[in-house]
Design a protein around this ligand. Structure first.
Ligand SMILES: O=C(O)CCc1cccc(O)c1O
Ligand SMILES: [Fe+2]
Length: 312
């Protein structure tokens, strides 16, 4: 088996509320390079660890981990609508393997996924269907969350499963780094918002447009004193990237969830997808990782980073 890893931020504000042209071009170039590397690797399978933002998963039944044997993109923000090419049989085998590794995981035979999964697939492969994919959702936005050490155990089990395959596998993590877009919390929410968070599947086009407008408006003031959201934290992000590059995954086990929310923003927990991806890779032996890019980008509400890794 051959394995490569890429973890990167996503942001639906890319193209909707852009920073200066120099930064846009810089990120375009970084993504073009990553996409060329994916093309050259020619994966036979992509495993994408992704969050969901109350588009596919709601509090009527909120799982911490989900493996999907079939998935449809809801097409939020500017992402494509429609089915992903899910490697269904392998996804089911992976689920059995993870369960047999003593880690509980939910199974979906028809999952709705959002920009948190599809933006990165589109950016790195050009479409939702270019390569067979197994979507794995890790709860990163809907508290309460299980401990980080549990995410590591889950990622390691996925990695051990991948080791049984005779395939070129690209492992992706998407989200983070530090950021806090205006995603509501259920605690103390008014009824209308609580109802959305519990059972808000398939919103009307008007509701989707209102959500997008709210995110854009938040992006326009993010990082200024007018914004009520926790600002980006470049120092935190660079330290986290360094932890991954140095292979110090043990130190992630006891990450303090409340403290991370406070100092780097509530959606920083999307790094759970990176933690799972790196844990999968680390389950196969020592790795070498490289920080390809980092820049805090307020307009995009994103501590925006890209890290690549492969076995040493
Ligand atoms: O609509 C939402 O729920 C939030 C959208 C969103 C905005 C900025 C960065 C992100 O990572 C993100 O997901
Ligand atoms: Fe996100």
């Amino acid at each position: 088996m051959q394995i490569q890893l890429k973890c990167l931020s996503h942001t639906p504000l890319r193209g909707l509320n852009d920073p200066g042209a120099d930064i846009v071009q810089e990120v375009d170039a970084v993504l073009a390079q990553a996409r060329a590397e994916v093309e050259a690797f020619d994966p036979e399978l992509i495993v994408v660890f992704a969050p969901d933002h109350y588009n596919g998963l709601f509090y009527d039944l909120m799982p911490q981990f989900v493996i999907a044997t079939a998935a449809d993109s809801v097409g939020d923000y500017q992402t494509q609508v429609g089915p992903l090419s899910v490697a269904s049989d392998l996804a089911l085998e992976m689920t059995r393997f993870v369960l047999n590794s003593d880690v509980d995981v939910a199974l979906s035979h028809r999952l709705q996924v959002d920009h948190g999964c599809t933006q990165t697939l589109e950016e790195l492969t050009g479409s939702l269907t270019r390569y067979p994919v197994i979507p794995i959702i890790i709860n990163s936005v809907a508290p309460p969350f299980g401990p980080y050490r549990r995410v590591r155990k889950f990622g390691e089990a996925v990695g051990r499963f991948l080791a049984t395959l005779n395939k070129r596998v690209l492992v992706l993590g998407t989200g983070g780094l530090s950021h806090e877009p205006p995603v509501p919390l259920i605690a103390n929410a008014p009824d209308e918002i609580a109802n959305f968070l519990i059972a808000g599947r398939n919103p009307t086009p008007e509701a989707r447009a209102a959500r997008q407008a709210r995110t854009i408006a938040a992006g326009k003031i993010y990082g200024t004193s007018d914004s009520p959201q926790t600002p980006l934290n470049a120092e935190w992000d660079l330290a986290f990237i360094d932890t991954l590059v140095q292979g110090q995954l043990d130190s992630i086990d006891d990450f303090n969830i409340e403290e991370i929310s406070r100092v780097a923003g509530r959606s920083t927990h999307e790094i759970r997808t990176w933690v799972a991806a790196f844990s999968a890779l680390a389950a196969l032996g020592p790795y070498e990782a490289h920080k390809d890019y980092y820049r805090p980008i307020n307009e995009w509400i994103a501590g925006y980073g890209l890290v690549s890794a492969q076995p040493r």
